[in-house]
Write a protein that binds this ligand. Structure first.
Ligand SMILES: Nc1ncnc2c1ncn2[C@@H]1O[C@H](COP(=O)(O)OP(=O)(O)OP(=O)(O)O)[C@@H](O)[C@H]1O
Ligand SMILES: [Mg+2]
Length: 418
């Protein structure tokens, strides 16, 4: 195994690593950005997650154990040792805030410095001991009365105004995550909202441009991110996921969680079919020795347990989307990803409840890599893409003269100041 040591040589060699700390699994992926700027996946590793619930750490030792094992597995497969990781953040503590900031710019054409200054002002206005900014996206500029200015640089006016979308995270879950990562002998290079990462991985450019809602159905969360004009516009997390379906089945059938999980993945569906009453499934009962006592149940009984929970989940999402209001919900299609999106019928229920076209999404642009095989890996794949983008904008900002820097490069410094 090559050991790049602790001197940031990994970063210099284009290594990027993502760590998705989920409630069902902790997943680590290591990639390398090659000379053409493309991402090659070198290794992946996962470990069951017993220390996380609804995106929050509930047992630090368990969480550290899962991180260490997942990272070790990925390092072994990749043949490298990583030093820093891009880490996912999830949970109902995430908060979206839209704000606008104004600044006087009379007497000179607007320049890079003005754009930086106004964005710093916006950042300062959000700073707070209890919340940290995860993502900050300038959504529009105005100069005096002229709205919809794409790039204000070089233009004259008295007052520059910028509208900004910010995604905040409660600070304490971030500290807890940082502590677990540090105690696993790693550094956090960036924190990224899980649903945002899943979107980066599984959406095509046109979807992001025209408007799309990405819904990541995980073990104990359902998180969603709204994209429009190529940018993140909203993100939120609901504490209901695939594990709740499993618990409903275990309770309803008086069976163990592991049997319930098996029944769900093998025979489960959120929509009924005509054959469901005839198809019988075998349910081992809880507390009975293996094979001693089983129930024969029609598959329709399983569907009648699963369906209401999935409907409830999408109703919840719909309620949240309607609350955001505006044109956010008027956008195009919906893309479902995350492990629990594999449940038969989830797509149909989503389409009926939310009244949109729905497709299932998996990580894209990763060829035949293991990472591209499963929707449960979308978040981690997105963390790698995030690292790839960060790297690209860093290299571009080194090679493009300051005065000609694209607006994106000017604003990309925002990522570095958190
Ligand atoms: N084939 C399948 N059919 C139905 N559900 C499935 C299937 N495969 C996995 N799941 C469910 O997916 C869930 C785990 O998804 P995922 O791995 O995305 O969760 P996670 O990222 O660890 O959790 P979270 O994002 O909530 O923190 C589990 O509830 C599991 O039962
Ligand atoms: Mg997840």
């Amino acid at each position: 195994m090559l050991n790049w040591g602790r001197d940031h040589r990994g970063r210099r060699r284009g290594l990027v690593a993502g760590l998705d700390v989920g409630s069902t699994k902790v997943f680590c992926a290591i990639g390398q950005v090659n000379g053409k700027g493309e991402l090659d996946v070198l290794g992946v590793g996962q470990h069951s997650s017993a220390g996380v619930k609804s995106g929050l750490i509930i047992d630090m030792e368990e969480c550290i154990n899962s991180i260490v094992n997942a990272v070790h597995m990925a390092e072994k497969m990749a043949g490298v040792t990583i030093q820093d990781v891009i880490v996912s953040v999830n949970g109902s503590h995430l908060q979206s805030v839209n704000l606008s900031v104004e600044m006087g710019v009379s007497g000179h054409p607007v320049n890079n410095g003005d754009v930086r200054k106004i964005l710093m002002q916006a950042k300062a206005s959000q700073e707070n001991q209890a919340f940290q900014t995860l993502h900050m996206v300038p959504t529009g500029y105005a100069l005096d009365e002229t709205r919809g200015v794409r790039d204000p640089r070089g233009m004259h006016g008295d007052k520059l105004k910028v509208s900004i979308y910010t995604l905040l995270s409660k600070a304490s879950p971030i500290y807890n995550l940082s502590t677990c990562v540090a105690r696993s002998h790693l550094e956090v290079s960036s924190f990224v909202a899980a649903s945002y990462a899943s979107g980066i991985a599984s959406l095509v450019e046109d979807e992001m441009e025209l408007g799309v809602i990405l819904i990541d159905m995980g073990g104990s969360t359902t998180s969603f991110a709204v994209f429009h004009e190529g940018q993140l516009r909203h993100a939120e997390c609901i504490p209901i996921g695939g594990h709740h379906v499993t618990m409903d089945i275990a309770r309803g059938f008086s069976t163990t969680l592991s049997h319930a999980e098996r029944l769900k993945t093998l025979y489960g569906s959120a929509i009924s079919s005509v054959a469901d009453d005839r198809e019988m499934i075998t349910v081992p009962l809880v507390g009975e020795r293996r094979g001693d006592s089983v129930n024969q149940m029609p598959r329709s009984a399983l569907v009648s347990i699963i369906k209401p929970r999935i409907e409830e989940t999408f109703e919840y999402v719909k309620g949240r989307l309607l609350k955001i209001g505006g044109n956010v919900f008027l956008g195009g299609r919906i893309v479902l990803t995350g492990g629990a999106s594999q449940l038969a019928g989830a797509r149909e229920i989503a389409s009926m409840t939310l009244g949109r076209n729905v497709r299932l999404g998996k990580p894209l642009h990763l060829g035949t890599s293991e990472l591209s095989q499963n929707p449960a890996f979308s978040t981690c794949a997105g963390l790698l893409f995030y690292g790839q983008q960060e790297r690209k904008s860093h290299l571009q900002s080194l090679s493009i003269k300051n005065s000609k820097m694209a607006l994106q490069q000017v604003t990309s410094f925002l990522r570095k100041i958190w």
